[in-house]
Design a protein around this ligand. Structure first.
Ligand code: GLN
Length: 499
């Protein structure tokens, strides 16, 4: 068996599979073995070798028949916030919660079904913060995930398992979800590439709901090109999601490769205006993060881009706005976990009310309970106008601020997070510390705009730093184009942790 299979990315694997220099079966075998070898990272919650190898065999048959697409036979893994048909995959769907321990979904999420239809082979499900609430993967009922660059540090969250698995080369790509930064921030903390598309681009059907007006799926991989290949397969209109965007299917790789007018090989980003919001570079921004981000921006300039100053004056307000709206929606969405229809039910109870109380006390973790309480409070009579309605008004203003910026620039850039990955347990039991660290990812989430994290080198303690790029609605093509140009000229995204 080829020792170096795990070093190949999605596009390279697609080519190797098509050329028959490797089979999907041996690839799945090799990566399952590698995942088992590095199980201490805590990235995978479960794998099903039998189902994965059967899917790999089927992919090999498709390849042999000459009917393969670019993802046929490529092994991936899904954040455990996507439900997977238990009968088909043998994989439970838990959302990182005790509430759904062992839950056997009778169907696949649309994102999962589409990636399976594209021929990808699912190796297993990846750890995440409980119901995607968190920034460090420390809120999972199934334990923390370790950052492959330094096992004493967090991988970010909530898609911590998805990020760690790609960074550790356990899979070439994974799925994640981003409600307030959960694709971009863990990608930044682990040195991988991730894109949260425009709200509505990927179907939410079968994605266990956290805050429905914000939740969005996206790929995490090693390069913009690999993300583009996955995004093309997993996105598109879905009649089972009422907020799904009614647009024709997109070939994001073709959009990524589309040359700009006036561009040349040396200056592929000629004419691209990148806005730097002054609020994304505050005086207190960690010097190492600032340095790495500025270094990446200088590279983009060399490639032909022009940097322009812009302002997102309500950046700070996005924290209270998000931490009112997201819990409000969560308190409603999580009402379905009552011990009657899904998952966990308390063993001993006296009556129905007692069963609800005990089930929910036992099934939910501390952060989930905190958010249900905050959300219920801000939606209650007497507080709705003062908190929830005000937050909704500010959300609109934050979205308008972006549109003012896009009058003078094509993309917006800044850091993903104010620091590199912190140490496990460092935040103690102060949830507000983690909330404040979401400052640079929340604005694009509230506006529903697409955002990316692209590796931009290393900061303190040799930990990865991500550059955040934000595009206008449905302009994933420009985002991917800029990220791809950067990755053609630099090698930050190719750096691997020593395990
Ligand atoms: N860190 C944010 C939160 O805790 C974002 C989570 C997410 O995007 N799912 O809510």
């Amino acid at each position: 068996m080829n020792e170096a299979l795990h070093t190949l990315g999605v596009a390279e694997l697609g080519r190797a599979l098509a050329a028959k220099s490797v089979s999907s079966f041996e690839l799945a075998q090799a990566l399952l073995a590698r995942s088992a070898q590095h199980a201490d990272l805590g990235a995978f919650l479960c794998t099903d070798a039998e189902a994965a190898l059967a899917a790999a065999r089927a992919a090999d048959a498709t390849l042999a028949a000459g009917a393969a697409g670019p993802l046929t036979g490529v092994p991936i893994a899904h954040k455990d916030i996507f439900v997977t048909d238990f009968a088909r995959t043998g994989l439970p769907s838990t959302a990182g919660s005790k509430m759904l321990q062992g839950y056997a979904s009778p169907f696949d999420a649309t994102v999962v079904a589409r990636l399976a239809a594209a021929g990808t082979v699912t190796l297993g499900k990846l750890n995440c913060d409980e119901f995607a609430m968190g920034s460090a993967n420390e809120n999972s009922a199934y334990g923390s995930v370790l950052n492959p660059w330094d096992r004493r540090r967090v991988p970010g969250g909530s898609s911590g398992g998805s990020a760690a698995a790609v960074a550790a080369r356990l899979v070439p790509a994974s799925t994640g979800t981003d409600t307030g930064g959960s694709i971009r921030q863990p990608a930044s903390f682990t040195g991988v590439t991730g894109i949260k598309p425009t709200y509505g681009v990927c179907s939410r059907y079968g994605m266990i709901a956290f805050a429905s007006s914000l939740d969005q799926a996206g790929p995490m991989a090693r390069s913009a090109e690999d993300c583009a290949l996955l995004l093309s397969a997993m996105s598109g209109f879905d009649e089972r999601d009422a907020t799904s965007a009614q647009r024709p299917p997109q070939d994001y790789r073709a959009l990524m490769l589309q040359a700009r007018e006036g561009a040349s090989a040396a200056r592929p980003l000629q004419g691209l205006r990148i806005g730097l919001p002054k609020e994304f570079f505050p005086a207190g921004l960690a010097a190492d993060v600032n340095g790495a981000v500025r270094g990446a921006l200088a590279e983009l300039e060399k490639l032909g881009a022009t940097l322009v100053d812009v302002s997102l004056p309500r950046t700070e307000l996005s924290i209270p706005v998000y931490y009112l709206i997201a819990p409000a929606e969560a308190s409603s969405n999580l009402g379905r976990f009552d011990g009657v229809k899904f998952g966990h039910r308390a063993a001993d109870y006296t009556d129905l009310m007692d069963m609800y109380k005990k089930t929910r006390s036992q099934g939910f973790g501390a952060e989930v309970k905190r958010r249900i309480m905050i959300g219920t409070y801000v939606l209650s009579h007497g507080y709705y106008d003062a908190y929830y309605l005000q937050a909704q008004k500010l959300r609109r203003m934050i979205a308008d601020d972006f549109q003012a910026c896009f009058k003078v620039c094509d993309l917006i850039a800044g850091p993903v997070a104010p620091t590199v990955a912190w140490k496990l347990g460092e935040q103690g039991d102060d949830p507000v510390k983690a909330y404040l660290a979401d400052i640079f990812t929340l604005p694009a989430s509230l506006a529903g705009l697409p955002g990316m994290s692209v590796p931009a080198g290393f900061g303190a303690h040799d930990m990865p730093v991500g550059l955040q790029l934000i595009g206008n609605y449905f302009d994933e093509g420009t985002l991917l184009h800029a990220a791809h140009a950067l990755q053609q000229a630099t090698d930050w995204h190719l750096k691997e942790p020593v395990l």
